[in-house]
Write a protein that binds this ligand. Structure first.
Ligand SMILES: NC(=O)c1ccc[n+]([C@@H]2O[C@H](COP(=O)([O-])OP(=O)(O)OC[C@H]3O[C@@H](n4cnc5c(N)ncnc54)[C@H](O)[C@@H]3O)[C@@H](O)[C@H]2O)c1
Ligand SMILES: N[C@@H](CCC=O)C(=O)O
Length: 525
């Protein structure tokens, strides 16, 4: 695709994934695990405030979800004073960065893309060790991070030129976009690279400065990106990187008078809390805070009687059990037309039963969930589901020998009522609810029967049904005849409807507007 808006950059292509079926590629990934273990395991990592490396003080341990007895690395617990220093440093840096040349910003992102491309396997290995993704899942996310650098380079230049207005004979009028200030970027553990990077690049592409607070489960995937941006030429005080506990870095960061915007991705509970708290104008605060809150999902796959059932079954299994169902976009409900329901259930169950549980570092298809507490929470849903619905597959923790981790069998329930928590609540684990619809219109009604509205898949060969689905399905990301996970930066702008959040659409053509304010200048001669 030739990008006419890219200000002179070369054509854009999504970063291709590694083919781990090739022996040499698999060997290279194994070697990267050995190097990462030698280089990083056991290390203590710093904060970055005002461009300075900050070490010392209390720390916390990051555990390997594949065996939670293993501590992989240590990060600082920032103090309230360090939070204050970080916000202050970002505020000072804004006074310079806000006037930086957009071409300089874009060039830094292009350079960062090159640097990351050269280190993808290392970043994959780090992610696997701290968050339990298998090789292709980690690789998909690191490739998405490369795409983000390339896309945001282009978006920086596209927004730099302002927009045309209807002309007046006696005035020269321009509409231009300006940065807004200090942006707090707060991110979840399940996409520790692409998600915080998308929010931080949105902020700095627009000329803002950043206080980056990663999830405590997965800070190294984020820290390495910050250091990569420094290496690519980003002035070091543009991003402050702080880690620690939520009592110090949660409400106090959101409430701070000098924070202009909170860019958050995570749970509905915390997103709603941030939305509410940020609405209060603090003493000394000179703006209404902007809040981007991208939250959970309860994503359905609708299968019509005329659909390609093999494609649907494969898409369902991939999007439900990939990364143990821990994607906001994961399929967690299947709504099938009555006439094909039983056949589809049988096909999905057969495929799901073949999804082997094992170690992410050995590239098993189904790895552990992030923590013991997460596994316990998921098992509570499973146990209650055994009373309210029909268990078809799994339903137990999985045994992987010596390792201690949240390993779970792929689990499927059938005859799930639309009022059941299995149908309504985000479980965030390898658990699928099957429900029967009278016909395809009823299936769409059931799919829409949710507080959430993030992603959905819809399978049919009938152009009329596909057209109706386009209009009626209430989600931010609708996928027709394909699985509901795997949005690509620059192409599938990502963000949901309803309680899935503010519909920010990262990677899309309007995303940078979130981080900008608009100035109209009218001049008479
Ligand atoms: N819509 C999306 O694009 C998207 C993408 C990925 C994940 N998610 C959602 O994220 C959730 C899983 O992530 P999680 O468990 O890390 O979410 P979480 O809400 O528990 O934590 C997210 C971040 O918020 C921080 N936090 C905690 N308390 C805070 C407070 N009071 N104020 C400010 N920040 C606070 C955490 O430390 C973490 O960095 C799921 O619900 C998933 O669907 C959504
Ligand atoms: N953007 C990812 C999901 C991120 C949420 O966890 C996808 O499209 O599958």
């Amino acid at each position: 695709m030739t990008d006419t808006l890219a200000g002179g950059f070369l054509p854009f292509e999504h970063e291709p994934y590694f083919d781990f079926a090739q022996t040499d590629v698999a060997q290279a990934q194994r070697a990267a695990f050995r190097q990462v273990r030698e280089r990083y395991v056991g290390q203590h990592f710093p904060l970055y405030i005002g461009g300075q490396r900050v070490e010392g003080g209390k720390t916390f341990e990051v555990r390997n979800p594949a065996d939670t007895r293993e501590t992989v690395w240590h990060f600082p617990k920032a103090t309230p004073q360090q939070l204050e220093q970080a916000i202050d440093a970002a505020k000072t840096a804004f006074e310079t960065w806000r006037f930086s040349d957009p071409l300089q910003r874009a060039t830094i992102f292009k350079r960062a893309a090159e640097l990351l491309r050269a280190r993808r396997m290392e970043f994959n290995a780090v992610m696997t060790l701290e968050n339990g993704k298998n090789w292709p899942e980690a690789d998909g996310e690191v490739a998405e991070s490369v795409d983000h650098f390339e896309v945001f380079a282009r978006e920086t230049l596209r927004w730099a030129t302002g927009k045309p207005v209807y002309p007046m004979p006696d005035e020269h009028v321009t509409t231009v976009y300006e940065p807004i200030g200090v942006v707090a970027c707060i991110s979840p553990w399940n996409f520790p690279s692409a998600i915080p990077l998308g929010m931080a690049l949105g902020a700095i592409a627009a000329g803002n400065t950043v206080v980056w607070k990663p999830a405590s489960e997965t800070p190294l995937s984020s820290l390495l990106l910050v250091e990569l941006l420094y290496e690519a030429g980003l002035p070091r005080d543009v991003i402050q990187f702080i880690t620690g506990t939520d009592d110090v870095l949660g409400d106090p960061l959101v409430d701070h008078k000098d924070i202009r915007m909170v860019a958050f991705t995570g749970s509905r509970e915390i997103g709603c809390r941030i939305f509410e708290r940020a609405a209060k104008v603090q003493p000394g605060q000179k703006w209404l805070k902007r809040v981007m809150a991208e939250m959970g999902g309860k994503d359905p796959t609708v299968v019509c009687a005329d659909a390609d059932l093999e494609a649907a079954a494969l898409g369902i299994v991939q999007s439900t059990f990939g990364y143990a169902g821990q994607k906001c976009s994961a399929c967690s409900r299947v709504i099938a037309e009555d006439s094909i329901h039983d056949k589809l259930l049988e096909m999905v169950t057969k495929l799901a039963a073949e999804v082997k549980v094992g170690l992410p570092e050995e590239n098993a298809p189904l790895g552990p969930v992030i923590s013991a507490s997460s596994a316990e929470r998921i098992m509570r849903y499973v146990e209650s589901g055994k009373q309210s619905a029909r268990l078809v597959l799994g339903g137990e923790r999985a045994d992987v020998g010596e390792r201690e981790g949240g390993y779970m069998q792929p689990t499927i329930f059938a005859d799930v009522d639309s009022t059941d928590p299995l149908f309504q609540e985000e479980i965030f684990g390898p658990v699928l609810a099957f429900s029967r619809a009278r016909d395809w219109r009823h299936a769409i009604e059931l799919a829409n029967d949710s507080d959430y509205g993030l992603t959905a898949a819809f399978y049919s060969r009938d152009p009329h049904k596909l057209a109706e689905a386009r209009k009626l399905m209430q989600v931010g990301n609708l996928y027709l005849n394909r699985k509901c996970t795997g949005a690509l930066s620059g192409t599938h702008a990502f963000g949901g409807y309803g309680m899935s959040g503010t519909n920010a659409k990262v990677g899309g053509p309007d995303y940078l507007f979130w981080f900008l304010q608009t100035k109209t200048v009218a001049q008479r001669y």
